[in-house]
Design a binder for this molecule. Structure first.
Ligand code: PBG
Length: 323
């Protein structure tokens, strides 16, 4: 055959394939989500997330140390709280002496170079299990912003480098930016959960935090998985309100959204490879139905190829150890 173009020429050896490779993963791409719980010397595996644990603060610090040794420098922290600490207004969320903010302080004390990203949303502290204040079965937007603003300032005071509003209330980025600036935290960055979809893939995370909604679902604030143009509205608002990063969540089922935001905005794009995405690969790997390690690396690569320069992933430690 007289073929002028033979793409296989560029695949014929490992060295050539490496040379023409367009996307390369690095440990610098990763943010590892971590779950903290009360107690001492506790390491409790999340049943639906094999290999992922909830740690008491002392052991969490050891885990951070191990990850730092592998080159992972950024951590997104989430709290598992006993039901007794939860209330309607998520009061515990801005308690400077509470588990969460004390742990942020402890990480920054022990590892000053580590980047701590905190989570802003009411659900882990809410007796309703929702991301906002509930009244008569409705999630109230504007009153919730006041709580979120308090959380942001309290987290900044504890040493957070990046705050991550994951709640999907309208106007929260602007409100949080204003509250941070009024308290002189101009350098604390905001990673907006810009396009956060009402997804079934959050199930294992809610197991980890015991944070599932006590009634209903999150469809009045998280986005409809059927929509992509709506993601541009959210992105436009987050950009205008001062977000430093735009995030898409989940990652793999929403790579078109990652690409859309990447092609439309010049801010760094993050993608959250969520708990259910982790669980699927781990489960199939454990059953021997696919090669878990290869599926993990291929997924992370695909997320980066689509346009995410930051990947929040429970695989961060494992992938870092391979890289
Ligand atoms: C809630 C929150 C969720 C996740 C991060 N923050 C779940 C939810 O909206 O119910 C999910 C992360 C994951 O599944 O890994 N503010």
């Amino acid at each position: 055959m007289n073929l002028i173009r033979r793409p296989r020429r560029s695949r014929q050896s490992a060295a050539i394939r490496d040379m023409v490779q367009e996307t390369r993963l690095s440990v610098h791409d990763f943010i590892l989500p971590l779950f903290v719980m009360e107690g001492h010397n506790i390491r409790s595996e999340v049943k639906s997330m094999p290999g992922i644990h909830r740690f008491s603060t002392d052991l969490l610090l050891e885990e951070v140390g191990e990850c730092v040794d592998l080159g992972v420098m950024t951590f997104a922290l989430f709290p598992n709280l006993p039901e007794a600490k939860k209330d309607k207004y998520a009061t515990e969320s801005h308690n400077p002496d509470g588990l969460y903010l004390q742990t942020v302080r402890a990480i920054k004390d022990r590892f000053p170079d580590v980047v701590v990203m905190t989570d802003i949303a009411m659900d882990p502290y809410s007796s309703d299990g929702h991301d906002g204040i509930v009244e008569n079965g409705k999630i109230l937007n504007d009153p919730t912003l006041e709580v979120l603003g308090k959380m942001a300032v309290a987290q900044a005071q504890a040493g957070a480098d990046i705050v991550g509003p994951s709640d999907m209330m309208d106007g929260r980025i602007g409100h949080i930016r204003q509250m941070l600036d009024e308290s002189n935290f101009h350098d604390v960055a905001i990673m907006a959960y810009t396009a956060k979809y009402a997804s079934a893939f959050y199930g294992p995370f809610r197991d980890a935090l015991d944070s599932a909604p006590k009634f209903g679902d999150k469809k009045t604030y998280q986005m409809n998985p059927a929509n992509s143009r709506e993601a541009l509205i959210e992105a436009q608002l987050d950009f205008a309100e001062g977000a430093d990063f735009l995030m898409v969540k989940p990652a793999l089922p929403y790579l078109d959204i990652v690409k859309l935001l990447h092609d439309t905005y010049n801010l760094p794009i993050a993608a959250y490879n969520v708990s259910g995405e982790y669980a699927m690969i781990k489960a199939a790997g454990q059953l021997g139905w696919l090669d878990g390690e290869r599926a993990m690396m291929e997924s992370l690569m695909a997320i980066k190829r689509a346009g995410a320069s930051v990947i929040l992933t429970y695989f961060a430690k494992e992938a870092a150890s391979l890289l």
